[in-house]
Every structure is written in structure tokens, then in C-alpha cells.
Design a protein. Structure first.
Length: 290
């Protein structure tokens, strides 16, 4: 299970990058914009650079999982039949769109029609990237992965970490009064709560509504159960942190919504939860020799 760390890093970094791109670029898909939701150029430029860097890092780390890295030059050859080829293709498209969006924003000094088109293409490529990544694991021969929980989990990781990271970036670059920050905070709390419910209900072997294994002589995997419990606990702590400002404001505590360390602390907790959940995901399938 621990030897799958390159795939854990690749999937989480890739999903987070797709999520950040969605939350920061989706408002530009509309010619009139979404009132109060478009990030400023000062926010978007570093966000695009960070997102693109995350995808590049994810791609580099994925090579540690390969026995013959040089053979990856053929990976796009089976686009019509292989979800792996589609995953890599849409990742490259997403990287290209993010790079082009960064260049356009720098050279045009604003978001023109071409930028809006590129933003829409990036959002589409991000969704296709997540779908391809999910379908890659949903194989009939691997029952614990061949469920809707796989796609739900991957998309929730992207939405949860993407919203949190986007909120952190917006706050760090534009301050507590930044446009769209309250919506990003609210989305972060919503998706963390959804992640908790999905983990408690759908996680294979351990969720209340999940697939149960057949009879086996293998001893119970205590490490997997600990990962599941730890994931839910970390997500719960993250949701409590995110809810504190709203609760404090409701009680009349002035300035509580701008409390500094809440977003980074919540992001670290949720990130740790997603890492635990991803190691659990790879530990669900027994390989020969394990």
C-alpha cells in the first residue's frame, strides 16, 4: 500500500489542480461574468502558476511508479480504447490551457474573449481529466474500485481541496475583503461536509452503504480501518475549523471571519484526510505477493 505513494501524489495533486482551475476559471466562462465572483489579475496570475506547477509536479512524481519510464512516449497511442491515454491527454490539454491563460492574462492585461474561451476549455479539460482518471480504476475485475464511490471520491477530492486552495490563494493575495472569498469559504465547508458523508457511507468495506467482501481467510486489515477512521476524523476537524468564523459572527464576535490561520489549517487537515483516504483506496485491492 505504501509503495503506491507516487500514485497517491499524482492523483491528489492532479485533482487539486483541476479543482483550483474550476473554481477560479469557471466564472470567466460567461461573457457577462458571475457578479462578484471573478478573481482579480493579481490573484489569478499566481493561482494559474501554482496550478500549472502542481500538474507538472504530479506528472513528474508519477514516473516513480513506472518500471520503464521511456515507454510513456507511446501512452497517447490508444486514445480510442484506453482510459490511461485519455487521462494523460486531458491532463496535457489542461496544462496547455493553464499556460495559455497565464500568457494571455500577462500580455493582454485583462480577460478578453480569447481568455474566456481558454478558461472554458480548461474547465472542460479538467472535468474530462477527472472522469478519465476515475474510469481508469473502475475495472470489472477489481470489485472494490468498480463502484460509483471511486468517481465520487475523486471528484470530491478535487472540489474540496480545490475550493480550499482557491480560497487560501484569494485571501493571501487580495485580503479578507476579496471578491468571491465568502462564496469560496462556503463551498469549502459544503464539500468537506459532503466528503464526510461520502466517506462514511460509500467507502468500500467500511462505509455504511458500501460493498462488503466475501468470506476470506485473510486477517482483518487494521491499518485500513485506521486510515478510514482517521480520514473521517480529520475531515470533521477541518469542517469545524471552517465553520468557526460563521459561528463566531453569529455570536457577534467582530472580525472573526478574517481570523488568519483558519484556511491554511483547514487545508492541511483536509489534505491529510485525502492522503489517508487515497492510501486506503490503493490498499483495498490485494495484489499477488501482498
Amino acid at each position: 500500500m505504501l509503495k503506491e505513494w507516487p500514485l497517491v501524489a499524482f492523483t491528489i495533486l492532479g485533482q487539486t489542480a483541476a479543482g483550483i482551475g474550476f473554481f477560479l476559471l469557471f466564472p470567466f466562462c460567461f461573457s457577462g461574468g458571475l457578479p462578484g465572483s471573478r478573481p482579480s489579475q493579481e490573484t489569478l496570475l499566481p493561482a494559474l502558476a501554482l496550478t500549472l506547477g502542481s500538474l507538472v509536479a504530479a506528472s513528474a512524481l508519477s514516473f516513480f511508479h513506472l518500471r520503464h519510464p521511456l515507454r510513456t512516449r507511446r501512452v497517447l497511442a490508444n486514445f480510442k480504447t484506453s482510459w490511461l491515454s485519455r487521462e494523460i491527454f486531458f491532463e496535457l490539454v489542461l496544462m496547455g490551457c493553464l499556460f495559455l491563460a497565464f500568457v494571455l492574462l500577462r500580455t493582454q492585461n485583462g480577460a478578453g474573449p480569447l481568455f474566456r474561451f481558454v478558461a472554458g476549455a480548461a474547465v472542460f479539460a479538467g472535468v474530462a481529466f477527472l472522469v478519465s482518471m476515475s474510469k481508469l480504476y473502475m475495472l470489472e475485475t477489481l470489485a472494490p474500485w468498480n463502484t460509483a464511490a471511486t468517481m465520487v471520491s475523486f471528484f470530491l477530492t478535487a472540489l474540496t481541496l480545490g475550493a480550499l486552495a482557491a480560497a487560501w490563494i484569494v485571501r493571501s493575495t487580495a485580503g479578507d475583503g476579496a471578491s468571491g472569498l465568502p462564496e469560496l469559504r462556503g463551498a469549502s465547508l459544503l464539500f468537506v461536509a459532503a466528503d464526510i458523508f461520502a466517506a462514511a457511507l460509500l467507502t468500500p468495506l467500511y462505509g455504511a452503504l458500501a460493498l462488503r467482501p466475501g468470506p476470506t481467510l485473510r486477517p482483518p486489515a487494521r491499518a485500513l480501518r485506521l486510515l478510514h477512521v482517521g480520514r473521517v476524523a480529520l475531515l470533521a476537524l477541518g469542517s469545524i475549523l471552517l465553520a468557526l468564523p460563521a459561528l463566531a459572527n453569529g455570536l457577534g464576535a467582530a472580525g472573526a471571519a478574517g481570523s488568519g490561520p483558519i484556511l491554511p489549517a483547514a487545508f492541511v487537515l483536509v489534505l491529510a484526510a485525502e492522503v489517508a483516504g487515497r492510501f486506503l483506496f490503493y490498499g483495498l485491492v490485494t495484489r499477488p505477493g501482498d
